[in-house]
Design a protein around this ligand. Structure first.
Ligand code: UGA
Ligand code: MN
Length: 309
């Protein structure tokens, strides 16, 4: 009678050990799974603060003009560029639509001096839109092109200050009111001649995008909600250009004479052919910039804060 009892006892102990070991393996597997998931999330996290050495410089050209939201818009752009400069060198060319440089913009740019990081630097210019090209308060938005005078001033500065054949430099027309995912700048750094990508919330659509031939990788056409006859149906935020191309064509500028919606099309037509466009942002499957528009707020009374900085 004794033997079977010992046998039952021993079997139970072995049984418990097996269960205990299995549980251990199970929780080990679980821990491993969690670790892998954690690693994956780190890689997926869009705001990685790892600093990368990249010889490319992106020249971000931002026209800007006085309105109540100006400072708020510019601070968002400044902070985006600060983050972007962790991945690629940034030169921010800010061109005020004004007779003189304002203290608002000057003081905001001083923050870049104070940060003292050579990967983010700036150029401060001003160029006033001539009165007859200026959009009036009651005009519909599309009636006049915006940012023309200012972008041309930046192009002039580039032609006068950049020598050809140096390290890679890309120009990106970065309006002050759009929303930029910092990952866009890593894409722009890849541009060889002219790179293109989708833009969200533009042209009457949720997004406007180049259509890429999956076999050849060439841009075939564009999906756009308006002015569909354009060769390049692209918003200003949808492309980056190698500065060498600009330096080679000394007269390419933005023109007030472009038809409504044709500003970008006419500029690009001078520089490149459609089949040469380089699709970026994962073959134009990712949206990293949105053509957002900030509502003009009402401020019936003005409170003096001496907010000088
Ligand atoms: C769209 C495009 O996204 C612009 O890049 C393009 O210049 C414009 O159409 C056009 O066809 O002219 P939208 O959002 O309607 O843009 O234009 P805004 O954002 O009002 O202006 C574009 C840039 O010019 C902004 O950076 C803005 O600050 C600046 N701007 C605007 C001036 O410098 N002065 C002005 O009087 C108005
Ligand atoms: Mn805009």
């Amino acid at each position: 009678m004794k033997k079977p009892r010992i046998l039952v006892g021993a079997t139970s102990i072995v049984f418990f050990i097996i269960i205990w070991k299995l549980y251990g393996i199970e929780s080990g597997v679980e821990e491993l799974k969690q670790e892998l998931e954690y690693q994956e999330n780190i890689n997926r996290f869009p705001l990685s603060l790892e600093r990368i050495v990249n010889p490319v410089t992106i020249y971000c050209v931002t026209p800007t003009y006085w309105r109540l939201v100006q400072k708020a818009e510019l601070i968002q752009v400044l902070q985006t560029l600060t983050l972007a400069s962790f991945k690629v060198n940034i030169k921010w060319i800010v061109i005020e639509d004004s007779e003189q440089k304002t203290s608002l913009v000057t003081n905001l740019l001083k923050r870049i001096d104070d940060a003292g990081d050579s990967r983010l630097s700036y150029v401060h210019l001003n160029a006033k839109t001539p009165p007859f090209q200026q959009l009036k308060a009651k005009d519909p938005r599309w009636k006049k092109h915006r940012g023309v005078e200012q972008r041309n001033a930046a192009l002039k500065w580039i032609r006068e200050n950049i020598k050809p054949h140096g390290s890679k430099k890309i120009i990106f027309f970065m309006d002050d009111d759009n929303t930029y995912d910092v990952r866009l700048f890593e894409e722009i750094a890849k541009v060889d001649k002219v790179g293109v990508w989708p833009v969200g919330l533009v042209g009457g659509l949720n997004l406007e995008t180049p259509i890429v031939d999956p076999k050849t990788g060439e841009v075939l056409k564009f999906k756009s909600g308006w002015q569909s006859k354009r060769v390049f149906s692209l918003d200003m935020a949808a492309f980056g250009i190698n500065i060498e191309l600009i330096l080679n064509k000394t007269i390419t500028v933005f023109s007030y004479r472009s038809e409504v919606g044709y500003l970008e099309n006419d500029f690009l037509s001078e520089l490149i052919e459609k089949r040469q466009l380089e699709p970026l942002a994962n073959n134009c499957t990712k949206v990293y910039v949105w053509h957002t528009r900030t509502m003009n707020p009402e401020a019936l009374k003005k409170i003096e804060l001496h907010d000088e900085e």
